[in-house]
Design a protein around this ligand. Sequence first.
Ligand code: NAP
Length: 305
Amino acid sequence: MPKKLLIIGSGPAGLTAAIYAARGGLEPIVISGALPGGQLMLTTEVENYPGFSEPILGPQLMDEMRKQAERLGTKFVDTDATSVDFSSMPFKVFVDQEAHTGDAVIIATGASAMWLGLESEQRLRGKGVSACATCDGFFFKDKEVEVIGGGDTAMEEALFLTKFATKVTVIHRRDELRASKILQARAFENPKINFLWNSIVEEILGKDKVEGIRITNVKTGETSTISCEGVFIAIGHNPNTEIFRGHVEVDEKGYAVRKNESRSNVEGVFVAGDVYDYVYRQAVTAAASGCKAALDAIKYLEFRP
Ligand code: NAP
């Protein structure tokens, strides 16, 4: 009888895992979440996912991946997993009271970008507001952009954006960066990057596209407006691991901890994509890690009695 694999999450990591698992003779069931498809569902054009000579819309790319997984025999449960029990075999993933059982599990629930919580930020998402410079930086060629945040991500985003933008302003709420010294040094040395310290964003301005930003200096109370065409929010990500805490090991920020490539600390439970990877966070790297997790799960189940 084919072994059952439960995959939690339906972004590029979860769906690639499903494609490989189905072709590897398992019966994958994807608990895809109430909003299936992951972070790419919130993007517009994707032009860095290999295989598409013309840009493809994020939701369309995810739809194709899902159809591919379905054609190969994956079953989908389009609701959120609400709790798990990995303490005994078979593993259980609950959707409210209903238990789905599996001989192995892949956790691919991803991470969610943190947002400032402004109405204007949500309204202008995809219209100049982004949380991913690698995804959207290209659209800001010869434009002025702002990066919000003072950590490693903010510095990396700012440095990356200097390849396209004429000027990049980092707006940070304190007067000291949290980023590693090496990234700080690179950002300080870059002539295109300048810093606005002790400043918080009050509002992102513009009706249908970003036209500027209003900030307040928390030390002086002074409010000012800056013209710009792009705003990159880089204040961190939250890994979607709430339901796994106490069941698999996570680090102090909540990211899943890997023991060996895709293995978690629980034998038979694997992890893939942004749920552990806070460095690369790309659709293609998530897909690759989904492939690895599926291959590891297939191998694990082959040798399990
Ligand atoms: P982070 O280290 O948590 O930094 C978040 C930054 O955003 C902080 O400067 C914080 O300000 C600011 N911030 C948070 N909430 C805010 C709010 N509501 N309004 C304004 N500013 C806000 O997050 P991260 O930069 O994404 O990095 C996450 C982890 O990944 C870190 O461990 C980092 O080292 C790692 N990482 C590593 C690399 C690399 O090695 N190449 C690249 C990216 C990320 P405060 O400083 O005032 O708290």
